[in-house]
Design a protein around this ligand. Structure first.
Ligand code: F0G
Length: 364
């Protein structure tokens, strides 16, 4: 009867769960678009906004891709999810894999992943392999595993991932229009594998094809890399058809410590056809931008601050006019990389447990 069905909807003693029609969601997206009046003033821009993707469930934009990618994997019924990662992808995959009840394997470059990200992957119960190599070596191996049918690949080469990440573009246009009227002229974002750049380009191209956006309203896609890992910038600056892999890479922005942006074929045309550009910034400029954002109350990890550092560099080169309306994408949360944050910020001072001692330090 009805009572029995309510208690045991599948009629199998609860052993098998009905598929969740909403998919695998935590949920993600709907991140804030912040005003940053001090940075705006300092850079001499009329309108600058910061879209903070660190406000997603696992603290980075990867969640937008994983809800679709892991949802697709769950729907077709794969055995094992896998990714190579500089950290954030592994954290997101671990969480969404856990949500879906699927086995998750992540390959990380040993010693080069920020503490918060490894902690997330560990607690969400991914199997973590620390590879004696860099991110690009990890991705080579995971692609090989996928080719051999041993794992389902959830790096940004997975097209479902990029479908989810397109929502960043839709949200930027909607939020900017609602608050500012009109659309931004330019979007500045950090580039690692250039998956996000590819996703934004696809989003805008489809809006133009659908007649929802005029071609001349498409924001100029502007990519930023760390100077120690800048193969994408090299390709843009030299006008090359493809990107040459850098075997040796180094930067404080470990999230984008990548020698071969595997989505370059989809993103180089995006930067070029939207009239954007790409720029490399030194680690010191990244850390300074991280402090600047923090002083507006916005906590980001180093790779995210690269967007602001790149914008500053382009303003100094006079490549961006004061009246351009710009959105910078900050891709990951401050707490992802507590060591970088502590190194960039002020140092704690020791004091005796005594109000007099405290007053001696802080004054009347
Ligand atoms: N910002 C952050 C915080 C990232 O974690 C990444 C990529 C990027 C920017 C670059 O994005 O690859 O789409 O150009 N992180 C990947 C990872 C590689 O494994 O977490 P992209």
């Amino acid at each position: 009867g009805g009572r029995q069905r309510a208690a045991d909807p599948c009629g199998d003693g609860g052993r098998q769960r009905a598929a969740d029609p909403s998919g695998v969601s935590l949920p993600e997206g709907d991140t804030p678009l912040y005003e940053v009046p001090r940075i705006e003033d300092e850079l001499g821009l009329d309108r600058l906004r910061v879209k903070h993707e660190g406000m997603n469930p696992t603290g980075s934009f990867k969640d937008r891709g994983m809800t679709v990618g892991v949802g697709a994997a769950a729907a077709v019924g794969v055995d094992r999810l896998a990714c190579a990662s500089t950290g954030n992808t592994s954290a997101a995959l671990a969480a969404y894999g856990a949500r879906a009840g699927l086995e998750t394997l992540v390959l990380l470059p040993a010693g080069k992943v920020a503490a918060g990200k490894v902690a997330q992957a560990a607690l969400h119960d991914a199997r973590i392999l620390e590879v004696d190599g860099n991110f690009d070596d990890c991705l080579d191996i995971v692609q090989d595993l996928a080719d051999r049918g041993k794992a389902y690949l959830l790096n940004s080469l997975n097209p479902f991932r990029l479908e989810g990440q397109k929502t960043i573009g839709l949200e930027i246009l909607e939020q900017f229009r609602d608050k500012e009227g009109g659309f931004p002229d330019r979007i500045v974002l950090p580039v690692g594998n250039a998956g996000n750049t590819s996703a934004l380009y696809k989003c805008f191209r489809e809006l133009v094809q659908a007649g929802a956006l005029d071609r001349d309203e498409v924001p100029k896609l502007t990519g930023v890399q760390a100077a120690g890992a800048a193969p994408f910038v090299e390709a843009i600056e030299s006008g090359a058809e493809s990107v040459q892999r850098w075997d040796s890479v180094e930067t404080v922005a470990t999230a984008i410590r990548i020698g071969e942006p595997v989505n370059a074929p989809k993103s180089l045309p995006g930067v070029r056809e939207t009239g954007g550009t790409a720029v490399a910034v030194e680690d010191e400029a990244i850390t300074q931008a991280q402090r600047n954002l923090a002083r507006e109350g916005i906590g980001v990890e180093p790779a995210s601050a690269a967007s602001i550092a790149g914008l500053r560099e382009l303003r100094e080169r006079d490549e961006i006019d004061a009246d351009e309306r710009v959105v910078c994408l900050t891709t990951g949360h401050l707490l992802k990389d507590p060591e970088a944050a502590a190194a960039a910020g002020g140092k704690p001072e020791s004091v005796a447990a005594d109000v007099g001692a405290v007053l001696d330090l802080v004054g009347e």
